[in-house]
Design a protein around this ligand. Structure first.
Ligand code: HEC
Ligand code: HEC
Length: 295
């Protein structure tokens, strides 16, 4: 605030408080029941009826309180008040206190294995906070994911579910691509795949469709997805034989994947999170996905 406006506010505020006091005392004068000599409509007389003392004093106390408050705390223009309190100062003190507590919490976890952190309540609490702040936007607050964003609570891992693989996914990110396979397929070949791949895990699929599909798969897809369709974690190719679909189940989704290709990107977090934060969030993910064992 410029000094002009600061002085303006100070003068107005002080005048207002003085005006309040004047108003209170001006109205307290006179004897109760006495006429004020004001007459309307010939015979309507106004009598003096001041507020009771105790009530008046309550008002006076509020004015004194306001004066005391403004002397101690900021409020009068740019004056900072005797106590020197500021909301920024209070926030910084709270942040420093929070930072110190966080630091102590992290310090108690250094050197611990991620498998051990996954059983540690403090680590999981910190990990969950990191997750909600950095990952939930894509993977969902409950980590169940969405189309294109993997579910991190199941045991189906595209890049691996060991603590090391999870840390690598978070630190360096993952960037995988399936090219459009349209040019490599005849219309019949495409249909054979669409009638088979979405139903790989379906035991009731007609053998003729399975054979035709497998034949085409061996030619165009097995190089990346493996002859048995189980995928390859080093390439980031998913298992197509379970019924878990990152890009959604059904013929049309698979047709779209084959025709248009896919490009999944998990951003690298090494410049966004420090090592401790990556370790606790990895432990949190590990605990969600494998509550009772090691993959
Ligand atoms: C901008 C969106 C986005 C954000 C933010 C994000 N992820 Fe991901 N994440 C993805 C996508 C997309 C994939 C899948 C990439 C693929 O398979 O093509 C993925 C994959 C992963 C995987 C590998 C899963 C597997 O099956 O192997 C892990 C683990 C993971 N994310 C953890 C995290 C954690 C922990 C955070 C927060 C620190 C995070 N992600 C933040 C989009 C995101
Ligand atoms: C060059 C390697 C490569 C080839 C060849 C390839 N894919 Fe893929 N495929 C991938 C990768 C990598 C992914 C994961 C993409 C991602 O996460 O963004 C993928 C994902 C998929 C998915 C999505 C699975 C899900 O969980 O939603 C389907 C379906 C699929 N491929 C089918 C096929 C079929 C059918 C063929 C043969 C026509 C094929 N792919 C050929 C690399 C390949």
């Amino acid at each position: 605030m410029s000094s002009f406006w600061s002085n303006f506010v100070i003068v107005i505020s002080v005048l207002m408080m003085l005006a309040c006091l004047w108003l209170l005392f001006a109205n307290a004068r006179g004897t109760p029941g006495e006429s004020t000599d004001h007459v309307w409509d010939d015979d309507l007389r106004e009598y003096n009826n001041p507020l009771p003392r105790w009530w008046l004093n309550l008002f006076v106390i509020t004015v004194i309180f306001a004066a005391g408050y403004l002397a101690l705390y900021p409020g009068l223009g740019n004056l900072s008040g005797k106590l020197g309190w500021t909301s920024t100062g209070e926030m910084n003190a709270k942040l420093a206190e929070y930072g110190a507590r966080r630091h102590a919490a992290y310090a108690s976890l250094t050197g611990k294995d991620i498998r051990a952190l996954a059983l540690d309540e403090t680590a999981l609490g910190l990990g969950r906070a990191v997750f909600l702040g950095n990952c939930a936007g894509c993977h969902g607050a409950d980590a169940h994911g969405a189309i294109g964003f993997p579910n991190l609570t199941d045991t189906d891992w595209k890049f691996g579910g060991t603590p090391e693989a999870i840390v690598a996914s978070i630190t360096k990110g993952r960037d995988v691509m399936m090219p459009s396979m349209k040019a490599a397929l005849t219309p019949e070949g495409l249909e054979a795949l669409i009638e088979f791949v979405p139903f790989w895990s379906d035991k009731t699929l007609e053998p003729a469709k399975r054979d035709a599909g497998l034949k085409q798969f061996a030619i165009t897809c097995a190089g990346c997805h493996g002859a048995d369709g189980h995928g390859n974690q080093a390439l980031g190719t998913p298992n197509l034989t379970d019924d878990i679909w990152l890009y959604g189940p059904g013929r049309e989704r698979v047709r779209h994947a084959i025709e248009a290709g896919l490009h999944g990107q998990m951003p690298a977090h090494e410049s966004l999170l420090n090592e401790d934060e990556i370790r606790v969030v990895a432990a949190y993910i590990y605990s969600l996905a494998t509550p009772f064992g090691t993959p």
